[in-house]
Design a binder for this molecule. Structure first.
Ligand SMILES: [Zn+2]
Length: 304
């Protein structure tokens, strides 16, 4: 009897520390850089974090959402990269109008992100490409409480980083943190937009603002613990240092650009240091080239 009571106490203690259990479902694309859409399910409805990119994926996501036979109460778009929002029109055509939340910066960045996407995507993805933009009807700065499907979600404006605007959403009852691409679980980070210093600040803010997080549900990859954030800070610091080191050697620089040999050295060093990280299905050296381009621009702008 006493053993049973002790076990019960342990289970209760575990539940209290892990947070209340809430069904959180995942839809992941293979074709669109392994991007995740997360679905919080309550008795009365669903909340969706991020809306996919390609027509087939968005259609399958719509079917997945419909399978719950519950209303889609709200959608949050974490940041203005096409893999997180270009599928929205397929969802709207299937479910009608639903509230969509994003930061002001994210909403303001959608048009440019769509136009950039349309400049290359049709050649790669053909009929899978969706060009229609869906308007964000709920934008915010600072903080916003979202009440939807019986959930109370706290959304925070994390400013620019990997993309030109980021929201992070916390469900305090289950201690679940939805970060979009502020966290990049088990993959090389994308620093091609030249905001690696801001990305480190965002990661530090995650640690200080959400110390009780049970699991982080990121824009790509499996759910991870908050301690993963330290690995991310180390990664971004490492690639910054690698780029700075190459730039500091004049033999590596021709016409303000790194030589092909220096670019290859950057890719080789990062891959050698982080051999187990994935790459969203892109050629890893292509990702390294995009990242180095962003870092070179950023480091040049940081010079006094
Ligand atoms: Zn992404």
């Amino acid at each position: 009897m006493s053993v049973r009571i002790t076990l019960l106490a342990l289970v209760l203690l575990f539940c209290a520390s892990a947070g209340a259990q809430v069904p959180i479902h995942r839809f992941t694309s293979n074709a669109a850089w392994n991007v995740n859409s997360w679905v919080l399910e309550s008795d009365s409805g669903l909340v969706l974090i991020d809306g996919q990119m390609l027509r087939g994926d968005a259609t399958r996501l719509a079917g997945f959402l419909a399978s719950f036979e519950k209303p889609l109460a709200a959608v949050v778009i974490t940041h203005p990269h096409p893999d997180h929002f270009m599928g929205l029109s397929v969802l709207r055509d299937r479910f009608g109008k639903f509230p969509i939340y994003a930061t002001e910066q994210t909403a303001a960045g959608l048009l440019a992100a769509r136009d950039m996407y349309m400049s290359w995507a049709p050649a790669s993805y053909g009929d899978e490409v969706i060009s229609e933009l869906v308007e964000i009807d709920n934008t915010f700065t600072g903080e916003l409480t979202i009440e939807a499907a019986g959930f109370t979600l706290n959304a925070y404006d994390f400013g620019m980083g990997e993309g030109a605007g980021h929201a992070v959403v916390y469900h305090s009852e289950s201690k679940s943190l939805f970060t979009g691409d502020v966290v990049m679980a088990h993959s090389h980070h994308y620093v091609g937009e030249g905001r690696s210093a801001l990305m480190i600040k965002q990661l530090q803010r995650l640690k200080s603002d959400f110390p009780h997080t049970n699991l982080i549900y990121a824009g790509h990859g499996d759910p991870v613990r908050l301690t993963m954030v330290d690995d991310h800070i180390a990664y971004i610091t490492f690639v910054r240092e690698q780029a700075a080191k190459l730039l500091s050697d004049p033999t590596n620089v021709v016409d303000d650009a790194l030589t092909p040999e220096a670019q290859q050295a950057f890719a080789a060093n990062v891959i050698a240091r982080y051999p187990s990280l994935a790459d969203y299905g892109l050629p890893t050296t292509m990702l390294m080239g995009m990242n180095l381009g962003g870092l070179v621009k950023e480091l040049a702008a940081e010079k006094p």
